[in-house]
Design a protein around this ligand. Structure first.
Ligand SMILES: [Fe+2]
Length: 586
């Protein structure tokens, strides 16, 4: 049985191929297209899934799309006039835009159906059902309360449901007009970041502020006595195009009647901290209320709101480590997995297996050694072949100990937004100016955004208090006070840290690298960040890795068994490994 799951056509488009209940291939279209904003039928991702599964389009039994365009359009259309009864021009303008979006989504669906001999194989599913399916069916829980929250999908912004065995039962949907994700985006915009893109910046900025406006945001997002989000639109007004912005009422509530003109960096930090605190409190209260109603203790979380690892870590602290699950890609890309899982379990009634919990997400493209060599030769790159795994690890440890930033490219690409060791940049946490060098010469990030570190599962407890969600970097860990070896620059306020826990079974190469690196260093821990340039998705192909290497301050890169170095790094290895087989361009 072959099911191709597709996320919606809106953003974070992706495809996933499921064969007899097992995920065989999955990739985000943006990573293949090298863009961060593809709104389309994810053709590149589809093509990859078909090739990896060695199947043709007509071999597929079901193509499950995580969107019902007509239902979404109807819900949005019914809500919009209610939001702006006194602004008919703006409403009409927005209506036109919505019609355009609806027509485009129908065209996308038609184009899928036209490719099939039997067009009935294309089925559409509720967007939040797919978020829920990826949150529950990929979890270790047999029974759980499910909460999904995002900006908007098919006219809804969230869902509460229960999952038991292989069935999900919806309890309540949250209208898009009461969207927590939308509020988070609006305030992200207000602070000066890009909405629907930079919410993670608001999250990290929140750590530098004080939640002095938390009660204002709580009043904005809910009504007294009701745990469900309910947006109070007095806090917003529509501009001439119908787009929402914060109203004078909002500025009065935060005692800044002059509006944005009065914002200082400190006020922006406090706004971020207040929003984060309010969202966390609202969601925690919502979960508590539905835990009481359902009697369910374990919680599966899906939707883009749960990209927010600070929020997830707070929920873990409240509801217990081990009681929360977040899927590998909680946002829209993960709906591709959810759509396939929904068909398999919910519709076809197939049971879940004991191994249902996802621990390895290396479902994307990988490249044979000869393919890599061809790319490097074509790029006229100078490389050293690491003939054995020993030599490769030895060279990597030498470079890392010398304080170099090392690109680490091997195996199949990770699915989801985190770098989990197959397309990563690694560095020693104790290298001089490691954070500054990563920021100034590669990532160009704001100073308040933290880097993650990787540690082997066996060493985790010695240095950190983590959680199972750290395997996929969906939560945070705390540094143990009695083993506080990590430089402050890599720690968040309160001794928190972004942690990637590496299992030997899922990534034996990085596991072994960490072990060897730790032999003569303060701890077996490495800085791990995504292998990409600012504004680009993580690298996928060898040619992406080569271009990123030469366009940045990365000192060396391993692409499979080929090592590329820059002059500042080559001599370190030449002193140590005089026998490395070096291939120079002709
Ligand atoms: Fe979504």
């Amino acid at each position: 049985m072959l099911i191709l799951g597709l996320s919606s056509f809106k953003n974070d488009t992706a495809a996933a191929l499921m064969r007899d209940g097992a995920i065989e291939a999955a990739i985000e279209n943006d990573k293949l297209q090298r863009s961060l904003s593809s709104r389309c039928v994810p053709d590149a991702a589809i093509q990859f899934c078909l090739e990896k599964g060695s199947v043709s389009w007509n071999d597929l039994d079901v193509i499950a799309v995580a969107s019902k365009p007509a239902r979404g359009w109807t819900r949005r259309a019914l809500s919009r006039p209610r939001l702006s009864p006194l602004e008919p021009v703006a409403t009409t303008y927005q209506e036109g835009k919505e019609l355009g979006r609806f027509a485009w989504e129908l065209t996308a669906l038609r184009s899928l159906r036209q490719r099939l001999i039997n067009p009935d194989k294309v089925v559409t599913l509720e967007h939040h059902d797919c978020h829920a399916a990826s949150a529950f069916f990929l979890s270790p829980f047999d029974k759980a309360l499910i909460l999904t929250l995002d900006g908007e999908g098919d006219g809804t912004a969230g869902m509460l449901a229960t999952g038991e065995g292989n069935k999900i039962r919806s309890l309540k949907t949250i209208s898009f007009a009461n969207s927590v994700g939308w509020i988070y985006s609006r305030i992200t915009d207000l602070i000066g970041f890009i909405p629907s893109k930079d919410e993670h910046k608001t999250q990290w900025l929140s750590l530098e502020g004080e939640p002095v406006y938390k009660d204002v945001f709580l009043r904005m997002m809910r009504h007294a006595g009701d745990p469900l989000p309910r947006v109070n639109f007095r806090y917003f007004r529509r501009d001439v195009t119908g787009a929402f912005e914060t109203s004078q009422y909002f500025y009065d509530q935060i005692n800044l009647p002059g509006g944005k003109a009065e914002f200082t960096p400190e006020i922006k930090r406090n706004l971020a901290a207040s929003l984060q605190a309010a969202v966390t409190e609202l969601i925690a209260d919502l979960i508590s209320a539905y835990q009481k109603k359902t009697g369910m203790q374990q919680i599966s979380l899906g939707g883009g709101v749960f990209h927010n690892t600070l929020l997830v870590a707070s929920l873990e602290r409240k509801f217990g480590v081990g009681n929360i699950f977040v899927p590998p890609a909680p946002g829209n890309a993960g709906c591709a997995l959810g759509a396939a899982a929904w068909i398999w379990h919910q519709q076809m009634d197939k049971p879940r297996t004991a191994q249902a919990e996802v621990r390895s997400v290396y479902w994307g493209p990988g490249y044979a050694r000869m393919e890599v060599k061809e790319v490097l030769d074509n790029a006229k790159a100078r490389y050293a072949v690491q003939n054995t795994g020993e030599k490769k690890l030895d060279s990597a440890v030498t470079l890392l100990r010398a304080g170099k930033i090392v690109g680490w490219f091997h195996g199949a690409t990770e699915f989801g937004p985190r770098a989990l060791g197959h397309r990563s940049l690694l560095a020693s946490p104790w290298a001089a100016y490691v954070v500054e060098n990563l920021n100034d010469f590669v990532k160009h990030r704001e100073s308040f955004r933290p880097f993650a570190v990787s540690v082997r599962e066996e060493d985790c407890e010695r240095y950190f208090t983590g959680s199972p969600l750290c395997r996929l970097m969906n939560s945070l860990a705390a540094v143990r006070p009695d083993a506080d070896v990590l430089p402050r620059a890599l720690q968040l306020p309160g001794g928190l840290v972004r942690l990637h826990v590496v299992e030997k079974e899922t990534d034996p190469l990085l596991w072994e690298l960490l072990r060897r690196f730790g032999e003569n260093e303060p701890a077996p821990i490495l800085v791990n960040t995504s292998f990409n340039l600012p504004g680009e998705p993580p690298v996928i192909r060898p040619k992406d890795a080569v271009r990123t290497f030469f366009c940045s301050g990365i000192d060396a890169v391993f692409v499979d068994n080929f090592l590329l170095t820059k002059s500042g790094s080559a001599h370190i290895l030449n002193q140590r490994v005089p026998t490395a087989e070096v291939h120079a361009p002709a």
